[in-house]
Ligand binder design. Structure first.
Ligand SMILES: NC(=O)c1ccc[n+]([C@@H]2O[C@H](COP(=O)([O-])OP(=O)(O)OC[C@H]3O[C@@H](n4cnc5c(N)ncnc54)[C@H](O)[C@@H]3O)[C@@H](O)[C@H]2O)c1
Length: 347
């Protein structure tokens, strides 16, 4: 039996390797660099293949595939969303993904993406807020203090200069966990007893709750002028977080309208309700925040290009960090037409 060729061995970043990689680089550096990578890819939005993610729904959750390509690399992510999992001791969201070389079709990276999704979601949120939030925002409210929450807090600190986070969750133990994890990270952390209390004095509000139903995490009277709402928990048909009246008062920014119209907060609105595409704000083609009084809403559902950016970022840092395994994943006989012979020689 011959040894696999170089191209047959695909670098694999396990959960343990991802944790080592993040510690090797530094969490806030990763968040800042990821935000820059995602922003750079949004700037060249038109060079990507785009399609709404392919979703398979069940009564308890969703499983999705998220593909894209820029002509040089192809990437996809497998991701689920099961709000009931947490009560069973499981993650709401798990993911893994793959990056391939378009010139050969051979994979160049297979990676865990549960941690990477939390990192890229927080980096995308912070990057969007950089363009949309009021200038000199210092205070962030986070409603929903589950798996995503600390990543959100630290991305907003690293990218947007947030100094205070105000936390609320219907489950007090989630808020306590989040506050404990953020202690000593350079933020003033204020646990709150209601969503109203959490958003007091906050210029930016992140909603990242999980519930497979239309929910009202923010009602109309709770949201004053001049704030930026980063709504990321409403990301499936029938799963939203904001009262419709807030949407009517907001300037709404989205990733990819054909996907967000189905999955985002704007599923509550008419199909032709005006929204702006974040990539066009980044290129300067359309304005972001109109004035200090405007309510800006980033209706973030998570788009394939963000995962592509994250996979490419990890791929670019593999060799110098050394935190990966090589998987014998692609059958690659020396004589390309002798796949059968390769199998038989192994007998
Ligand atoms: N937009 C994106 O790109 C993106 C990416 C990842 C996750 N998500 C979504 O973000 C949400 C959070 O994900 P997670 O992994 O942190 O989930 P999680 O289950 O770990 O945490 C969700 C938290 O929300 C709390 N919660 C539920 N209803 C609430 C309410 N009415 N008020 C206050 N808190 C409430 C729960 O108690 C829980 O602590 C999910 O809906 C997930 O699908 C979106």
């Amino acid at each position: 039996m011959t040894d696999p060729s170089r191209l047959a061995l695909v670098p694999f970043v396990s959960v343990a390797d991802m944790m080592r990689l993040v510690h090797h680089i530094g969490l806030e550096t990763v968040l800042t660099e990821l935000a820059a990578e995602i922003e750079a890819d949004f700037r060249r939005w038109e060079s990507f293949d785009k399609t709404p993610r392919v979703a398979s729904h069940s009564d308890v959750g969703v499983i999705e595939l998220m593909p894209t390509s820029d002509g040089s690399f192809y990437g996809f992510k497998y991701v689920n969303g099961h709000p009931k999992n947490m009560k069973e001791g499981l993650q709401t969201v798990t993911a893994f993904g793959l990056l391939a070389d378009v010139s050969t079709g051979y994979p160049v990276l297979l990676s865990e993406m549960t941690i990477l999704t939390a990192l890229r979601t927080a980096a995308t949120s912070a990057m969007a807020a950089k363009h949309l939030a009021p200038k000199n925002a210092t205070t962030l409210a986070i409603i929903g203090n589950g798996a995503q929450s600390e990543f959100q807090a630290l991305a907003f600190k690293a990218v947007n200069g947030i100094t205070e986070v105000r936390l609320y969750d219907i489950d007090r133990s989630a808020t306590e966990k989040c506050a404990r994890n953020l202690a000593g990270k350079g933020l003033t952390v204020v646990p709150c007893r209601s969503a109203e209390e959490a958003i007091e004095g906050a210029q930016i509000i992140t909603t990242c709750t999980a519930d497979k139903q239309y929910a009202t995490i923010l009602s109309d009277n709770m949201v004053g002028r001049g704030v930026h709402i980063n709504a990321i928990g409403g990301d499936c048909p029938g799963k939203t977080e904001l009262a419709r009246a807030i949407l009517d008062r907001s300037d709404i920014f989205v990733e990819y309208p054909p996907q967000t119209r189905v999955e985002g907060e704007i599923q509550q609105l008419d199909a032709d309700h005006p929204v702006k595409e974040l990539w066009q704000v980044i290129t300067g083609a359309v304005p972001g925040r109109a004035d200090a009084d405007a309510i800006t809403l980033f209706d973030g559902v998570g788009f394939a290009i963000e995962d592509f950016s994250a996979l490419r970022y990890v791929h670019g840092r593999l060799r110098d960090s050394g935190h990966f395994l090589e998987l014998d994943m692609i059958a690659d006989p020396d004589e390309p037409r002798d796949l059968f012979g390769m199998l038989m020689r192994a007998g």
